[in-house]
Design a protein around this ligand. Structure first.
Ligand code: ADE
Length: 221
């Protein structure tokens, strides 16, 4: 699963340059029985299986430099741009991807894992969540994105005040869609008055945020 999509495009080039690197550890390699068992039934009963604390700890201790330890879980605090930025400034992260019903709580407590969720829905494993967290961090590393302004201008960036991004347009100025409807680029963007364009973009950002994510407006005004 790793580097998956992160081997492509800007993240892939940054990986080749050595701007970031990763190791994967297969937890199953640290099972101690012939069947390579990593999980067992939950104490107290209930559905599903639970990953064993001892096996996970052996896997964890096989990496010498752990840095901030994160368990990807729908129970965690939800990843946002502020947290992505904070994590992107860490030298090393260790990401634990769970399967089954979860992980024995004792290993999370003993090794002080932070729990992070990528949203209020349940995946079948933590790996896609880890890839998303990594993507959000890697693109914020110095040199990974071509234009240094870009990351701050987009949705949730500091230049938009944590709001959603305004709409974008490029040539041609007039475009007719396959239904026969003609669409023009807003006049204000074509006349080169930067102060007016900035005002217009701010208004658009606020209107879009009000319509789609009013919770962000409350947070940022
Ligand atoms: N594992 C399963 N669901 C998840 C989620 N929403 N976020 C992070 N890890 C998960």
């Amino acid at each position: 699963m790793f580097p998956g999509m992160l081997g492509q495009s800007l993240a892939g080039k940054a990986l080749e340059r050595g701007d970031w690197s990763f190791d994967t550890i297969n937890i199953r390699d640290f099972a101690t029985d012939n069947h390579k068992t990593v999980d067992d039934t939950p104490y107290g009963g209930g559905a599903g299986m639970v990953m064993r604390a001892d096996v996970i700890e052996s896997a964890l201790l096989s990496t010498p430099k752990q840095g901030r330890k994160i368990y990807l879980s729908p129970r965690g605090k939800v990843l946002n741009q502020t947290l992505a930025k904070e994590l992107s400034q860490e030298q090393t992260l260790t990401l634990l991807c769970g399967r089954y019903e979860g992980v024995d709580q004792r290993v999370l407590d003993a090794h002080e894992f932070e729990e992070i969720s990528i949203g209020d829905y349940v995946l079948s494993g933590g790996e896609p969540a880890a890839l998303i967290l990594m993507d959000a961090c890697i693109r914020l590393l110095p040199n990974v994105m071509g234009n240094v302004d870009t990351a701050d201008n987009e949705s949730f960036g500091s230049a938009t005040g944590g709001l959603l991004e305004y709409p974008h347009y490029t040539r041609p100025a007039t475009w007719t869609d396959s239904f026969g409807n003609t669409h023009n680029v807003p006049e204000i963007l074509q006349n080169g008055n930067h102060a007016k364009i900035e005002d217009w973009r701010k208004e658009q950002s606020e209107a879009i945020t009000q319509a789609v994510r009013p919770d962000l407006l409350k947070k940022n005004t």
